[in-house]
Design a protein around this ligand. Structure first.
Ligand code: PMP
Length: 445
């Protein structure tokens, strides 16, 4: 099968696409060929405004030459070096740079950094760290991992076990003992709110319920996304994260924030940890770590967690875990260049400067056909549509296809449209997003 039936278009048969309805896609492919700044160019030469920073990752915008040059330089100096029992300076340099901006308050930053190859690997790494930590402090009965309904933590077996998306779970076995808090989405009380909703902090008490049910001595860690992204931008109610932190402290449970989306400036602070002023024990990241240019993830651990695993006999491996590509030299080069851009262009805090315009633009769509909720925080938005009778997700999917044809890339999950534009976005881009989306909403059945 040949995309667009044009002579130079790629054959589509062999590539089994991830999280994609392959047969539907291959019958009507959407193919991107180039990217620069805020825009993609499709294979048929159309300009498409990137409303989603790729997949929530291209925070500094596309085509950053500084990153390409750093990767090129590193690959031609040393392409690869073994990551176990051997090191290379650039991985240490990158970790030191990350430690400077690590999540958490001065003096208590989570400044011990473990490199992975993706968000899913970061999550599984964090869960394993938590289990190893508990064992190392004599709490080996703590093997249970708690996640949350509508959480997305990637696709490893750890991630789907604590994740709360039924389609990711129903075909696959999960880690024994994993359990879930309820999600915090309550449109009946919190519709059309800018920023954090007022109602729902008490949902954190679900963790107390699970402690009462299972016994604290069986629970190792609780993992949540500070703002759930992939399941439709669910923003924590005021006081919720604080309450979760307090319950974890009370019962010796580690708190993990999955910041794969919220890390690196998405909310207007380097991390959601800093934005909300609630410090977990472990933070997972990926995506914006390298501006999406090279696959990489990083897990930030507190000194408490790190140091507890450093007390065994000299020469013993402290955490039996790692990846061939942990700290890959080219990824580290991309990451350092990315941090330089974020710093030099003030991108970690730019969302805070432009979020007023962003919120206003997004909430201007209240009253358009099918719109039943709009949620915004930092440079993220979720616009929830009424489902078409008997076909959940179909209406938002039609809007997605229409927007793409008219030059706007959005993301849909169920009947929720999610936005996370690159942090270099200007007010005029917000206007374009609103105009294309509003037209699509007026047209869709
Ligand atoms: N955690 C969160 C919060 C995510 O949003 C994602 C990806 N959208 C992941 C984990 C998984 O990351 P990856 O796709 O890089 O494995």
């Amino acid at each position: 099968m040949n995309a667009h039936n044009k002579p130079n278009a790629p054959v589509l048969d062999s590539y089994w696409m991830p999280f994609t309805a392959n047969r539907q896609f291959k019958a009507a492919p959407r193919l991107l060929a180039a990217a620069e700044g805020m825009h993609y160019t499709s294979v048929d030469g159309r300009t498409v405004l990137d409303g989603t920073a790729g997949l929530w990752c291209v925070n500094a915008g596309h085509g950053r030459r500084q990153i390409a040059a750093a990767v090129e330089r590193q690959l031609s100096t040393m392409d690869f070096a073994p990551s176990f029992q051997m090191g290379h300076p650039i991985a240490f340099d990158f970790a030191e740079r990350l430690a400077e901006i690590a999540p958490g308050p001065a003096g208590a930053k989570l400044d011990r950094v473990f490199f992975t190859g993706s968000g899913s690997e970061s999550v599984d790494t964090a869960l394993k760290m938590a289990l190893a930590y508990q064992r190392s402090i004599g709490q080996g009965t703590r093997t249970r991992l708690i996640g949350r309904e509508r959480g997305y933590h990637g696709v490893g077996f750890g991630g789907i076990s604590v994740g709360g998306i039924v389609n990711n779970r129903r075909v696959f076995p999960q880690l024994p003992g994993s359990d879930h808090l309820r999600h915090t989405h309550d449109p009946a009380k919190n519709a059309f709110v800018k920023g954090q909703p007022e109602h729902g902090a008490e949902l954190a008490d679900d963790l107390e319920r699970l402690v009462a049910l299972h016994g604290a001595e069986t629970i190792a860690a609780c993992i949540v996304e500070p703002v759930a992204g992939s399941t439709g931008v669910l923003i924590p109610p005021k006081g919720y994260l604080e309450r979760l932190r307090a319950i974890c402290d009370k019962h010796g449970i580690l708190l993990i924030f999955d910041e794969v989306i919220t890390g690196f400036g998405r909310l207007g602070a380097a991390f959601a940890t800093d934005y909300f002023g609630v410090t977990p024990d472990i933070v997972t990241t990926a995506k914006g770590l390298t501006n999406g240019a090279i696959p990489m993830g990083a897990v930030f651990a507190s000194r408490k967690v790190h140091d507890a695993l450093m007390h065994g006999p000299e020469g013993q491996i402290e955490l039996f875990h790692g990846y061939t590509y942990s700290g890959h030299p080219a990824a580290c080069a991309a990451g350092i260049a990315t941090l330089d851009i974020y710093r030099d262009e003030g991108l970690m805090t730019r969302a805070a400067e432009i979020e007023g315009d962003w919120h206003e633009a997004m909430h201007s769509m209240k009253g358009l056909p099918h719109v039943i909720d709009i949620r915004t925080i930092g440079l993220i938005a979720g616009i929830e549509l009424q489902s078409r009778d008997g076909a959940p997700g179909a209406r938002a999917y039609d809007v997605f296809v229409d927007c793409f044809e008219r030059g706007l890339l959005i993301r849909v999950t169920g009947d929720i449209i999610a936005f996370s534009p690159p942090l270099i976005a200007e007010k005029q881009h917000f206007g374009e997003i609103v105009s294309i989306l509003a037209d699509a909403l007026k047209r869709v059945k």
